[in-house]
Design a binder for this molecule. Structure first.
Ligand code: SF4
Length: 107
C-alpha cells in the first residue's frame, strides 16, 4: 500500500496539474503562426474562430509581399494596439504581419 497521505497525494496532484497546464500554455504560444516580429493576435474564440481557421490565418505571412496591412480587408490597429481587425472576422484581432487565403490586394 502507499506510504503517503491523502494530503500529500492531493498536493502532488495539484503540482502535476500546474506542470501540465504550463506545458500546454507554452505549446499554445507556438500555434499562432507567429514568428519574430509578428504580433501574437490571439483568437478569443467565438464565431470567428472557425472561419479564421478555415481560411488558414497565420500571424506571420509566409509571403513577404502579402500581409494584412496591404490587404483590402484590413482595418488598422487603433490607439497603438498591436493588432488590427479584418472585415471578415469583425470580432477577432489580426496581426499587421498576418495573412490568410482571402488576402486581396489593397486598391
Ligand atoms: S482577409 Fe486575411 S490577409 Fe486580409 S486582412 Fe483579413 S486576415 Fe489579413
Amino acid at each position: 500500500m502507499s506510504n503517503f497521505s491523502r494530503r500529500e497525494f492531493l498536493t502532488r496532484l495539484g503540482v502535476g496539474a500546474l506542470v501540465v497546464g504550463g506545458v500546454s500554455a507554452l505549446a499554445a504560444c507556438g500555434k499562432s503562426g507567429g514568428g519574430e516580429g509578428a504580433a501574437a493576435c490571439t483568437d478569443p474564440g467565438g464565431g470567428s474562430k472557425a472561419q479564421r481557421d478555415a481560411l488558414h490565418y497565420v500571424d506571420k505571412s509566409p509571403n513577404a509581399e502579402k500581409n494584412c496591412t496591404n490587404c483590402q480587408l484590413y482595418l488598422a490597429a487603433e490607439g497603438g494596439a498591436p493588432c488590427g481587425k479584418c472585415t471578415l472576422f469583425a470580432s477577432t484581432p489580426v496581426s499587421p504581419t498576418g495573412y490568410c487565403d482571402t488576402w486581396t490586394k489593397k486598391a
